[in-house]
Write a protein of this length. Structure first.
Length: 255
């Protein structure tokens, strides 16, 4: 559980960034989503970095989020259990403690080759495998009575644009699946939608590929080195802080 940093009377309170990743699941011994989050724990994207992403035209407009990012920002890593219900309780508790301006949850999508910001979270749990507590809900709402879906409030297209400009493979994903990642993503967006006045956190979910050592056990599976994944998440955070209005360029698919 991350601690909120002590506030100093001289410096403005830092902008807190909550970066969550998952524990290993499905017989794996490592989960790159947590390895990336913990590598960035304590990282402070500085003002120059926020405004000079090296991505040229990728940054779009800056607005309120960019202005706030002009002060200090600091990343707090949180490891989530891969357990329906428990992971969302952990995330809720961290949000209540840190009051972050930005919440990015990461998860492993084994079989994907690139960094994939998710566009949409859906209000359904439909587990093909059991979670780490043996739970396997089928066709159950994440939050009963809540809307069918929420969109990410991260600038997903600007994120992809900046990653590609830096030579890092990325694409928008239109499904986060129906397992614990989508569950957490939906609960996050529902929570942010009901955060009340004065709380203006942006949030979303990003899937990452296997690490090379994981992919070696699955013939033909794509992977991405941990250092590349960490570099990608630095870019994602900078773009999320700097860009308030997402790019209008297609990431559409026919199917
Ligand atoms: N990936 C799983 C759950 C935890 C993780 O890292 C998913 O995509 O649902």
């Amino acid at each position: 559980m991350p601690e909120a940093p002590a506030s100093s009377p001289h410096a403005p309170a830092p902008v807190n960034i909550l970066l969550a990743g998952f524990e290993p699941f499905d017989r794996d011994s490592v989960n790159p989503s947590w390895e990336v989050a913990r590598a960035l724990d304590g990282w402070q994207p500085d003002r120059a970095a926020v405004h000079g992403t090296g991505s040229g035209e990728a940054t779009g407009e800056t607005g309120q989020a960019g202005d706030r990012a002009a002060g200090r920002a600091v990343v707090h890593a949180l490891q989530l259990r891969c357990v329906f219900g428990q992971a969302t309780a952990q995330l809720d508790e961290a949000i209540a403690t840190l009051r972050p301006a930005l919440v990015i949850c990461l998860g492993l999508a084994g079989g994907r080759a690139d960094i994939t910001p998710e566009r949409v979270a859906i209000n359904i749990d439909d587990a093909r495998i059991a979670d780490n507590a043996g739970r396997q809900p089928i066709d159950r709402a994440v939050v009963s009575g809540a809307p069918a879906a929420y969109f990410s409030s991260l600038p997903i297209k600007a994120i992809v644009h900046a990653l590609r400009a830096a030579g890092l493979p990325a694409s928008v994903s239109n499904t986060a699946g129906t397992f614990v990642c989508n569950h957490v993503f939906f609960a996050l967006m529902h929570r942010l939608a009901h955060a009340g006045p004065g709380v203006q956190a942006r949030g979303g979910f990003i899937h990452v590929p296997y690490l090379p050592e994981q992919a070696a056990r699955v013939p033909g599976a794509p992977s991405m080195a941990l250092e590349t994944q960490i570099a990608a998440l630095r870019s994602v955070i900078r773009t999320s802080l700097a860009v308030s209005q997402d790019l209008r360029e297609t990431a559409g698919r026919l199917h």
